[in-house]
Design a protein around this ligand. Sequence first.
Ligand SMILES: CC(C)(COP(=O)(O)OP(=O)(O)OC[C@H]1O[C@@H](n2cnc3c(N)ncnc32)[C@H](O)[C@@H]1OP(=O)(O)O)[C@@H](O)C(=O)NCCC(=O)NCCS
Length: 139
Amino acid sequence: MQPKRPRESFTVLTEMVFPNHANALGNLMGGQLLYWMDIAAAIAAYRHSQRVCVTAAVDYVSFRSAIRVGELLTIEAYVTRAFHTSMEVYLRVYAQSLPTNEKRLSNEAYYTFVAIDQSGCPYSGAARRTRNRRGKAPV
Ligand SMILES: CC(C)(COP(=O)(O)OP(=O)(O)OC[C@H]1O[C@@H](n2cnc3c(N)ncnc32)[C@H](O)[C@@H]1OP(=O)(O)O)[C@@H](O)C(=O)NCCC(=O)NCCS
């Protein structure tokens, strides 16, 4: 099976933060962000493997700066490493304040996804190896 480049799984998800996404301080709740990151990572894993994929682990998440209600966030995700049936997906999140248009890196994460077959068992052969070095931005 041909290896795939990280850019082939590159996925961008944009969301606006509304009050129903926030905690009592008016900042985006961490769990809401994990949910959006999970969706972006699943799409990247699906694009890489062309199979249904499940979240096996959330390996790392950093919360550098709070994201405020009214800000836009952009989640970028792509497969950085592929193994037998599992894939490592790297995510970075940018928050953007609309009045100033300033964009800052607010979060980074690594998720592990496993490609599965129709019976829900790990599917070998879908997780083709990647060509780029780990962590190298594809675009
Ligand atoms: C993830 C899952 C498919 C693994 O199934 P399994 O029968 O344990 O499979 P295996 O032990 O053969 O492992 C399969 C692969 O998953 C990886 N894996 C399993 N558990 C893992 C974990 N906790 N963290 C990282 N990788 C994991 C293994 O390293 C292996 O990788 P490889 O094939 O690339 O070497 C299974 O545990 C599962 O279905 N979990 C629930 C997933 C889920 O509900 N996610 C949330 C909703 S999408």
